[in-house]
Design a protein around this ligand. Sequence first.
Ligand SMILES: C[S@@+](CC[C@H](N)C(=O)[O-])C[C@H]1O[C@@H](n2cnc3c(N)ncnc32)[C@H](O)[C@@H]1O
Length: 302
Amino acid sequence: MAYNQPSLAETSNEFTFSDHDFQMISELANARYGLFLQPSKKALVHSRLAKRLRILKLASFEDYCNLLNKTEGDAERMHLLSALTTNVTHFFREMHHFDFLKDVLMPQLIEKSQAGHPVRLWSSACSTGQEAYSIAAALVAAAPKLSQYDIKILATDIDPQVVQTAKRAIYPDEQIATIPPFWRDLLTGSRRPQSGEFRIDPALQKLISFGELNLIADWPMKGRFDVIFCRNAAIYFDKGTQARLWGRFADVMLDGGHLMIGHSERLSGPAQSAFKSVGITTYQKLTGPFAPVNVSDKGDRN
Ligand SMILES: C[S@@+](CC[C@H](N)C(=O)[O-])C[C@H]1O[C@@H](n2cnc3c(N)ncnc32)[C@H](O)[C@@H]1O
């Protein structure tokens, strides 16, 4: 009957999403993951999370917030993070970083390794692994006999599901379709894709340890890094969290080490004076004690 028909407003907005619900979710996402949800994103957050309510068969956002706040809400909190951020990545994304690694950094890193020092690189928001495998390919491109050196990559992400995909090291064929043959052969060990999928060369896989790590929580690593990639993750964080993160990277990086960030990210906060720009979104950690860097020396060249 006509009065049972939902109105257009109800159909397109099946769950009421109050300012209070939005605030609860923003606070939780900020406290646990450092995310910053601008008030202008309320409609977007609503539409992304409405899918979760449907899947969970929940009646309201109030029920959803209650679930998120429960101790056993771990799995759902991870779905929340996935709904509010993106795992989008691809092989050799922002290619200039891999060229820089191969052509500029690797000769120095090999020399360092030949002198008996370990070399460590970190892909710190690795998503499904393409960034870490691209790093490994750049290392092997510079040093085909890489296994004779103590050079290793740590690759971490907060999301256990993407870490599983990264460890599996199997990707759809189309992900390498447009990659130049030189790099494609390095990734695949020159093996042809089968049934629409390809496997990363085990020689590259061996260079990488994958794990779960929340960038805004404690970091268990003891050693220091020569190179850190943190690309297209800090963009989701609030300004204070970003500034702290750059500082923490400076703390776990060797003097002279390099930090690669995403194309739309910028260093901020006190850590700016610990780094100098040496390329497009590429920074080198200065040798302490840190002198304030002249503003005109900083920033990207792009
Ligand atoms: C867009 S992907 C970037 C992947 C890759 N770095 C690149 O640039 O192609 C962003 C990744 O950041 C991860 N992420 C978001 N918040 C995080 C946090 N607090 N700690 C660690 N990783 C986080 C997400 O799980 C996601 O996989």
